[in-house]
Design a protein around this ligand. Structure first.
Ligand SMILES: Nc1ncnc2c1ncn2[C@@H]1O[C@H](COP(=O)(O)OP(=O)(O)O)[C@@H](O)[C@H]1O
Ligand SMILES: [Mg+2]
Length: 244
């Protein structure tokens, strides 16, 4: 029988600890976290400020290495990879969206979106096609391409940032408080884009402290003091948009 595509873990954290040291002060930001994300999932991670959400997302996104424990990406133990291989894995398989957009203001919108494609040696005409396709998918408009990011509104800049995150067709899209700086209408557009990307097959992980955003996802994990303390179904009646 052909059922739903078999979900296999794309990212797996096993007994992960993360300690930050600043001078004599040490902070244990993640404590023995066991967590996995399957292909095609649409999940939210919620928790109070300082609970370890960004640290966890940085681990999931292979932006940082754990102090202790193991991380597997598509079955590969990332501690076996050197920094260059890890960077290349991140560049090809993962896309990132941040609260503050993190666009480069001296580059045009086109050049910002094109950035992840440069190290891949993709020819310019194909890059142009991919950039426009990504911007359209992210809810943006072709007329923005030659503008500078600071000529756009916050909501528009976040659409450009999403286009940059998806232009390389990543397996997993990771977003850290993506709606934190946006008005409700722009937040809604961003969430709708994530839902569409998930329908198109991308795995989506959103860190948020906004319950209306979290309730749009399929599953909500709660983190507190560096530990995942629960897993909850979303309350669709309290979501930013209704999803059939
Ligand atoms: N680079 C860092 N250096 C030192 N401490 C940090 C660093 N990043 C985060 N922390 C600390 O780790 C804990 C978790 O932080 P973070 O993951 O940013 O939480 P959240 O995203 O939920 O607000 C906090 O106590 C924070 O102060
Ligand atoms: Mg954070």
């Amino acid at each position: 029988m052909l059922g739903k595509t078999q979900t296999k873990p794309i990212i797996r954290l096993v007994d992960v600890y993360k300690e930050y040291r600043v001078g004599a002060i040490s902070t244990l930001a993640l404590k023995k976290v066991n967590f996995q994300i399957s292909n095609g999932q649409l999940i939210a991670i919620m928790g109070p400020s300082g609970s370890g959400k960004t640290t966890l997302l940085n681990m999931i996104g292979l932006l940082d290495r754990p102090s202790k424990g193991k991380i597997f990406f598509d079955g590969v133990d990332i501690s076996r990879l050197d920094d260059r291989t890890l960077a290349s894995l991140r560049n090809t398989k993962l896309g990132f969206v941040f609260q503050t957009f993190n666009l480069i203001n001296r580059l045009t919108v086109f050049e910002n979106i094109e950035l992840p494609l440069i190290p891949r040696g993709i020819p310019r005409n194909l890059r142009a096609k991919m950039v426009l396709e990504a911007l359209t998918k992210a809810g943006g408009e072709e007329s923005w391409l030659h503008k500078k990011p600071n000529q756009l509104s916050g909501g528009q800049q976040q659409r450009v940032a999403i286009a940059r995150a998806i232009v390389g067709k990543p397996v997993v899209l990771l977003a850290d408080e993506p709606t934190g700086n946006l008005d409700r209408a722009s937040a809604k557009t961003v969430v709708e884009t994530f839902l569409n990307l998930n329908k198109a097959g991308h795995t989506v992980v959103v860190v948020t402290h906004d319950p209306e955003v979290a309730n749009c996802m399929d599953k909500i994990y709660v983190i507190r003091d560096g530990e995942i303390v629960g897993e909850f179904p979303p309350k669709k009646s309290e979501s930013l948009i209704s999803k059939e």
